[in-house]
Design a protein around this ligand. Structure first.
Ligand code: SF4
Length: 412
């Protein structure tokens, strides 16, 4: 059961309540470079990003918010640290939401109240973002528990259990993050402002999970999920899938970002994959492919990667399978909307459980994408399967009898 939260609006996107869990990202361009920023936002929109955040480190960045807003069609969030004037200017420029960490605003509560009043007047939402990095270092008790060594009467040393000490540290830190967030919320409520969501991020998965769990038991404001500074494409995706997945499976979370040290466009498919896997969103392609093994006689890895890449912009829910051999291939392919089950240098194409035809390796891409396109709305179909069909081929020829890695002959 999804946790019941109140609903807020960020531009035309609802967050919380019964709204779908929204996927966000953040640009990596210098915001004042309007052309590059708008181009990156358009690329993010193309792959399904629903809310985008931009950094606003200086006044030049705040002053172009209005221009950026005019040229994009998803809600825009301004990321503000230290200087409240940047938040006030972003709000004047028409931003849809400001993200602040009240703990690092100059003049603290006084600055936050100025931003809250401006946001309230203009109907702008606010994310209160508490990061574990901005919470004081370990308190004294936790520090002592971490390194405690006691001399027993018999002269031997007794050391504290490191795992237990880490658990206590984690719980202390999470509790301090939640206490801070609730305090900041109370400042907003005193000004009768409620368009708030909250993030409690940490680069340590278990700390973030602990903080979000605790907050969700004590507040009904919507929650933005994220594991901050999670790492590169692989490490960040794994940490995010684990941390966000645990919370989402418990019904916690109304919007999320997968933070990666990668192009922001790479964050969106990972986020949707997490949501699809938990059956919380069904947008886009559910992709099934086998890892291949010593039984395989097609280059399933290359074909699967190429098919997935070519379907990355599809938003219509559809299941596609690319399988290497007869062991699991026909079953998975039959269950998918479109499937390819490989055999000896050939593949059987399935559509909605029925065999359509058998094609040689150099026609795999054409055959799979043609069938997928036939199930999509016209606008998406023309991108997936352009007029004239797919001329390219994917992969190398594999066969146990003749050796492997022979190039596939180009299509006539
Ligand atoms: S489907 Fe066939 S090729 Fe793929 S992993 Fe399974 S047994 Fe191996």
């Amino acid at each position: 059961m999804r946790r019941k939260t109140r609903q807020i609006h960020v531009g035309n996107v609802a967050i919380g309540g019964d709204a779908p869990i929204a996927v966000q990202s953040m640009t990596t361009t210098y915001t004042r470079d309007v052309e590059s920023t708008v181009a990156q936002i358009h690329r993010l929109q193309d792959v399904g990003c629903e809310i985008v955040r931009v950094a606003v480190p200086e006044m030049e960045d705040a002053l172009v918010i209005g221009e950026i807003k005019k040229r994009i069609s998803i809600p825009l969030v301004a990321d503000i640290h230290y200087n409240p004037e940047l938040g006030l200017e972003a709000i004047r420029q028409g931003v849809d939401k400001v993200r602040i960490n009240p703990g690092n605003l100059l003049l603290g509560r006084k600055s936050m109240e100025k931003i809250v009043l401006a946001a309230k007047e203009r109907g702008v939402a606010m994310r209160i973002g508490v990061n574990s990095g901005s919470i004081d270092a370990l308190d004294k008790v936790a520090q002592m528990q971490r390194v405690q060594v006691r001399l027993r009467d018999d002269g031997t040393l007794e050391r504290s259990d490191p795992a237990e000490a880490r658990r206590i540290e984690r719980e202390n830190l999470a509790e301090r993050m939640v206490t801070r967030a609730l305090e900041y919320i109370s400042w907003c409520e005193e000004l009768d402002y409620h368009e708030i969501d909250v993030s409690l991020k940490s680069s340590t998965v278990l700390t973030a999970v602990e903080a979000y769990r605790r907050f969700s038991q004590r507040s009904d404001y919507p929650i933005h999920l994220g594991i901050t500074e999670a790492g590169t494409l692989v490490t960040g995706s794994v940490k995010s899938a684990l941390g966000l997945g645990l919370l989402l499976a418990e019904g916690i979370g109304d919007t999320l970002r997968v933070s990666l040290s990668a192009e922001p466009e790479e964050e969106i498919p990972v986020a949707f994959e997490i949501l699809r896997s938990l059956e919380l969103r069904n947008r886009g392609v559910t992709f099934v492919s086998c890892p291949s093994c010593g039984r395989v006689e097609i280059d399933v890895i290359s074909v699967a990667n190429e098919v997935e890449k070519r379907l990355s912009k599809v938003q219509t829910p559809i299941q596609v399978a690319v399988m290497g051999c007869v062991v699991n291939g026909p079953g998975e392919s039959r269950d998918a909307d479109v499937g390819l089950a490989g055999g000896k240098g050939k593949g059987v194409i399935f559509r909605k459980g029925q065999v359509v035809k058998t094609v040689p390796e150099d026609q795999f891409l054409d055959a799979v994408l043609k069938e997928v396109a036939s199930l999509l709305p016209a606008a998406e179909a023309s991108v997936v399967y352009p007029e004239g069909g797919i001329k390219e081929v994917a992969g190398t020829h594999r066969t146990r009898d003749e050796g492997m890695n022979l190039p596939i002959l180009p299509r006539a």
